[in-house]
Design a protein around this ligand. Structure first.
Ligand code: PSU
Ligand code: MN
Length: 304
């Protein structure tokens, strides 16, 4: 833990970390920018419950009142989920938001930084940011990828969304030296679909294998974390034939509306939810719950 970081741990998280019990970090941008109210708050609660059922303590992370809050009481999670105009924080904005005292929700990148400061090694989310389609023109590459290369947190996600350029995302992760580990299969999953059509570079079949690789990186003194790509549960999967046209429509709307920078991902998620009449959201909820379960198991294996 960095001695001077303005961290505020909930009593439950502080006690678990002090005792070496498993803790799983959770992000807050998925709450403020990734899902509509009230599904966002209901999902955040369900995800915390999954972490607990998996034998770990959930630590939802957000910035409030000049502090990095690690572990939010239910009332504050609720308020965050209803709040308007919350800042979306990545590495670039974290310190500024803390210094100004504004409220901010942490993306994958910022959550990794905060988790590591607090001494939490495992983090569950839905999808990571990546290389956007058309990045050769827009240069839109999520800061999540660089963060995976520098901060030693194992991130459990459902792969990359097909709103991204998945082949380019995998190439950048390889260049940055980020281990991309498919869980329980050879293929790299594509968020709403279990398969992207691309092979993942690495595969693990047990939480222990993921934990062992995490520990070995530590022993080698390697910077950076690991991306565990957990395929969506089969019963929640959206067939490619259904999701691909919806994605194309959402991308066309984003381009027509000249959506850029931080607004791209939230815009696409919101439009997809509307175009699929809520199916993409239901799938998103199922996969993030499954990721929370797996992350709890990995945290448990790391704690043993
Ligand atoms: N993907 C989702 N839901 C989300 C996000 C991504 O399915 O809520 C959020 C995460 O917080 C991720 C961020 O870190 O979007 C990436 O944003 P950008 O592409 O602007 O880096
Ligand atoms: Mn971006």
């Amino acid at each position: 833990m960095t001695a001077d970081a303005p961290l505020s741990l909930s009593p439950e998280v502080a006690a678990a970390l002090a005792a070496g019990r498993p803790v799983v970090a959770l992000e807050s941008t998925i709450v403020t920018h990734g899902m509509p109210w009230p599904a966002n708050v209901e999902t955040a609660r369900a995800v915390e419950a999954e972490v607990r059922a998996g034998g770990a303590v959930p630590a939802t992370i957000a910035v409030m009142g000049g502090a990095i809050r690690v572990g939010l009481p239910e009332g504050e999670l609720d308020a965050l989920g209803r709040a308007q105009g919350v800042r979306k924080l990545s590495r670039a904005d974290l310190a500024f938001c803390l210094a100004s005292g504004e409220t901010g929700a942490t993306t994958v990148a910022a959550t990794m930084i905060c988790a590591h400061l607090a001494g939490i090694a495992v983090f569950a989310t839905g999808g990571i940011g990546g290389v956007h389609r058309g990045a050769e023109a827009t240069w839109d590459v999520s800061a999540d990828l660089q963060e995976l290369a520098r901060t030693p947190v194992t991130v459990v996600a459902a792969g990359a969304k097909a709103i991204l350029d998945i082949p380019k995302t995998l190439e950048v992760l390889e260049t940055l030296g980020v281990p991309v580990i498919a869980y329980g299969q050879d293929g790299f999953p594509a968020f709403w679909s279990r398969e992207s059509g691309l092979r993942a570079p690495l595969r693990a079949d047990t939480p222990e294998a993921v934990a062992a690789a995490h520990r070995m990186r530590r022993r080698l003194g390697l910077a950076g974390g690991q991306l565990v790509a957990n395929p969506i549960p089969p019963e929640a999967e959206i067939p490619r034939a259904e999701i691909v046209p919806a994605i194309e429509a959402a991308l066309a709307e984003a381009s027509a509306a000249r959506v850029a920078a931080k607004d791209v991902t939230p815009f696409l998620l919101d439009r997809l939810n509307a175009i699929t009449a809520g199916r993409s959201l239901a799938a998103n909820i199922a996969l993030v719950r499954a990721n929370a379960r797996l992350a709890a198991a990995v945290a448990g294996a790391l704690a043993r």
